[in-house]
Design a protein around this ligand. Structure first.
Ligand SMILES: Cc1ncc(COP(=O)(O)O)c(C=O)c1O
Length: 507
């Protein structure tokens, strides 16, 4: 019974809804042409229904259940106050077609968020449009192409991408119609400056860089890298997925980045993955701002009636506005940047997510954001230092907000990163990222985030140590893991190729 799916629980005549007796005149039934007799909906009682959904929720792992050290994903705890604020009727029930004068509160929140993100990154302008990091990348690469085209330079058709880059970087490049050129990393995990210099010429539109990179390492030559690319006429795209290491410490614009995206669902603690939609705003330096996707929110000082609050047709600079019957206040508008690449998403981005990110920034303030990044970096280094004798560490230097080990165990040569990860599920924690970045064989990429306590970091470290001992004594336990999950080891290739997304009756 516990595995039964809602269609299997169905029995004719059961119903979870109890409507009161009809106390108004009955309406005409819908015409037959609008009814579907073959539509089989489950007929279940209220308790069947509640149990079904609670059972489903228990099959899921979530950051609200335990540690989620999925590297590069920044699965930090999502404070519940964000949900309270996002559910305020003025935010949750607002319609996107509401005229600007009736949605000033929402627009002012978006304007403030644009300003905060600009201040955190050091850029001049921000668009909140993109709905994911990957969409932010697509926007940024389109902007780089538009920038070169606007200068009449159509020969720059190639994008440099490091061998540590996330797969979305080459994907965005190719979607824009540019060619990807791979740049190698050196032995310390930095960009190999010789390889970079050899690949720079006047066909290079720019370079996509993640800093800290996906090895969790801050590029020790970042200023030289950005200088070299600029000197050859290219622009630097910043993949801001790893901004959680830098807030309040380093501004990407000051490191030489020209345009970058931020993942609000990572750094700014909005729900992630199955937990909610993403948001990947793009920030740009002043001369690229004209190409940002739009609309973006602009703010102008306007004059209002002190009595009715109505906006008046009086210039804010006009001294008449000093009269007591008037007041000045901000008037926000939605505007398309002059040479915008256009809309990348309907309306104005994921508004509910923007509210949560705004709340996060306001709750933490400048000092809190810096403390967040410092704690994230400390937590990753604590794990790296605690496990360096347990798992091979390919780049043995201070890391930033995440660390990357090789998932290999001395004395258990047949054990792979995947076996270690699957066994972690039996211990009740989510595995780290596996097999990425590609430059590390059997990579296990661990990002603890600042929201894990020392106790949970210690528990994680003990679990990894226990698993490596098991690998030596009882390797089969790892190879056949997980043993305590709702499903055992899946054929992940088949699962990805032959997706079954809905229940199907037994033939
Ligand atoms: C380094 C890096 N870049 C880009 C992305 C893409 O972001 P999104 O998943 O929001 O599209 C990710 C996602 O994990 C990432 O880790």
């Amino acid at each position: 019974m516990s595995e039964a799916i809602i269609y299997e629980l169905s029995a004719p005549g059961r119903c979870a809804a109890h409507l009161p007796r009809l106390d108004v005149p009955a309406a005409e039934p819908l015409p037959d042409a609008l009814l579907r007799s073959e539509l089989e909906l489950p007929e279940v009682s209220e308790s069947d229904l509640v149990r079904h959904y609670v059972r489903l929720s228990q099959l899921n792992y979530a950051v609200d259940i335990g540690m989620y050290p999925l590297g590069s994903c920044t699965m930090k705890y999502n404070p519940k106050v964000h949900e309270d604020i996002a559910r305020l009727a003025g935010f949750a029930e607002v319609h996107p077609y509401l005229p600007e004068e009736l949605s000033q509160g929402c627009l002012q929140l978006m304007f403030a968020l644009q300003q905060y993100l600009a201040a955190i990154t050091g850029f001049e302008a921000v668009s909140l449009q993109p709905a994911a990091g990957a969409q932010g990348e697509l926007s940024g690469v389109l902007m780089i192409r538009a920038y070169h085209r606007a200068r009449g330079d159509t020969a720059r058709t190639r994008m440099l991408i490091p061998d540590t880059a996330h797969g979305t970087n080459p994907a965005s490049t190719v979607m824009v119609g540019l060619e990807m050129v791979q740049v190698s990393s050196d032995a310390r995990g930095n960009i190999d400056l010789n390889d970079l210099s050899a690949k720079l010429d006047d066909t290079i539109a720019g370079m996509m860089l993640t800093n800290p990179n996906t090895l969790g390492l801050f590029d020790e030559h970042i200023l030289e890298v950005t200088r070299l690319v600029h000197a050859s006429g290219g622009l630097i795209y910043g993949d801001g997925a790893n901004l959680n290491a830098l807030m309040g410490i380093a501004k990407p614009a000051e490191l030489g980045f020209d345009v970058m995206h931020l993942n609000l669902h990572k750094t700014f603690s909005t729900p992630h993955g199955g937990g909610g939609p993403g948001s990947g705003p793009v920030a740009a330096r002043a001369d690229l701002a004209q190409f940002l996707p739009g609309p973006i929110v602009t703010a102008h000082e306007a004059v209002y009636s002190a009595l009715s609050g109505e906006a008046l047709d009086i210039d804010a600079d006009d001294p008449v506005a000093d009269a007591p019957q008037y007041m000045r206040s901000l008037m926000c508008r939605l505007e398309m940047p002059e040479h915008s690449i256009g809309r990348i998403k309907s309306f104005y981005g994921q508004f509910g997510i923007l509210v949560r990110a705004y709340t996060y920034i306001r709750m933490l303030g400048e000092e809190g954001l810096r403390a967040t990044s410092e704690a994230a970096v400390l937590a990753a280094n604590y794990i790296q230092a605690s496990l360096r004798d347990t798992l091979p560490l390919p780049y043995d230097r201070l890391c930033m907000h995440e660390c990357v080990f090789e998932g290999r165990v001395n004395g258990a040569e047949d054990i792979h990163a995947l076996d270690i990860s699957k066994r972690m599920i039996d211990y009740g924690i989510h595995p780290p990222t596996n097999y990425f970045p590609l430059v590390v064989p059997e990579a296990l990429m661990i990002e603890p985030t600042e929201t894990e306590s020392k106790r949970s970091l210690d528990a994680f470290i003990q679990i990894v140590k226990a698993i490596t001992e098991e690998a030596k004594k009882e390797p089969e336990l790892l190879r056949t893991a997980p043993h305590r999950a709702p499903v055992g080891r899946l054929d992940e290739v088949q699962a990805a190729r032959k997706l079954i997304l809905r229940w199907q009756p037994e033939p």
